[in-house]
Design a binder for this molecule. Structure first.
Ligand code: ZN
Ligand code: ZN
Length: 373
């Protein structure tokens, strides 16, 4: 075994798991975690990590890929059920206490595994130690996230370069599909999550799914999109205006922009996530819109993709217990939503350092720059 970044991560994860629960080995089931600890980019495969043990259990579809991507791993190509294959490895390595990802592995999968390993091996739920480790990025990971941000930004710039007519008269879905297409053409492996395009009053729903509504002149259009490239995600939000800024949203926009700037300015290693949320939320509350900011200020960003996994620790919200650490990449995304009228959200991605945060996303945010003519 070499001293690869993956091996270093596996050792760290095992130590973290063992600081929580006494286990001989940890079974990693979440796909993004398996990739982080092994370099394997396929699906439906589990990683068993112990002292002197790093075993990827996959199936025939991924055998060739696993051998190429994980030369320093023991690769088991199963032909029967996953639980039987894991039990075989556990038996072979005399594992008596096997940690599983309690926050990811379903009860059904745990029950099947429990039956397969039998009475000689106990399953023990371990907390989110891999997500904890993933929260702090190394330089290579930051480069990957920067690249994913660059792809997303170029797609957006390309879209709005067409002016108002690039959006006006088209459905939300068409615009979402064009943004996705531009990201893929620009080097993304896929969108990082379902792209949001919400026109007019639809933008007051923070996780609206684009529909068949046609975008009209005079509307505000909220776009929340990101690229997934090289195993990492980006996540950005901008509101563009078709021809003019609706008067009922002009002031709200300035409040959200000021909250965004206050949030970005508060990001620094050692600061509590709660304090960063407070810095931005205070601006919105002072404007009398506190009740209309109905979600957290931001979240970690990294390997997670898809609507369910793109939000990673640390959460940046009112109830967050996390403290920011150098190397974390987080989003800052204050929003104000007026039911029946519309919503404004501005989302940027930043790197936490010991000094001022390094803003990784570079799209303009001033309202004037968002008016399409
Ligand atoms: Zn977003
Ligand atoms: Zn986000």
């Amino acid at each position: 075994m070499g001293n690869s970044i993956y091996e270093v991560r596996r050792r760290a994860v095992l130590a973290l798991a063992r600081s929580q629960v006494r286990v001989d080995a940890l079974l990693v089931s979440r796909g993004a975690d398996v990739g982080y600890l092994s370099g394997f980019s396929g699906d439906d495969s589990l990683l068993l990590v112990g002292v002197g043990l790093a075993c990827l259990i996959t199936d025939g579809r991924f055998a060739e890929q696993a051998a190429a991507e994980c030369p320093d791993l023991e690769v088991i190509v199963r032909s029967g059920p996953m639980s039987t294959a894991v039990a075989g490895v556990a038996r072979g390595h005399k594992i008596r206490r096997l940690g599983v990802q309690g926050g990811h592995m379903t009860l059904a999968a745990q029950a099947a595994l429990g039956a397969a390993v039998g009475a000689r091996c106990r399953l023990l739920a371990v907390g989110e130690v891999v997500l904890g480790l993933r929260a702090v990025k190394d330089a290579e990971e930051v480069r990957s996230i920067r690249r994913a941000i660059g792809i997303a930004q170029r797609a957006f710039r390309g879209l709005i370069a067409g002016g108002a007519k690039a959006l006006s008269g088209r459905t939300e879905r068409e615009v979402a599909a064009e943004l996705d297409y531009r990201m893929i053409r620009g080097g993304a492996d896929s969108p990082a999550f379902d792209t949001v395009v919400a026109a007019g009053a639809h933008s007051s729903l923070p996780h609206y799914r684009p529909g068949r509504a046609r975008i009209r002149p005079g509307q505000a259009v909220l776009l929340d999109w990101g690229a997934w490239a090289g195993g990492y995600s980006s996540d950005l939000t901008r509101v563009v205006f078709i021809g003019r800024i609706p008067p009922e949203l002009a002031e709200v926009y300035e409040v959200v922009l000021a909250a965004s700037q206050a949030g970005l300015a508060a990001v620094r290693a050692g600061v509590s996530a709660k304090a960063v949320d407070r810095a931005a939320r205070a601006i919105i509350e002072r404007a009398g819109l506190g009740e209309r900011f109905i979600h957290s200020l931001g979240h970690g960003l990294g390997r997670g993709r898809g609507n369910a996994e793109v939000h990673e620790p640390p959460g940046i919200g009112r109830l967050s217990a996390a403290r920011l650490r150098a190397g974390m990449v987080v989003t800052i995304e204050p929003g104000v939503y007026l039911p029946g009228v519309g919503g404004i959200r501005i989302e940027d991605d930043v790197l936490v350092t010991a000094g001022a945060a390094v803003k990784l996303s570079t799209l303009p945010a001033a309202a004037s720059a968002m008016v399409l003519r």
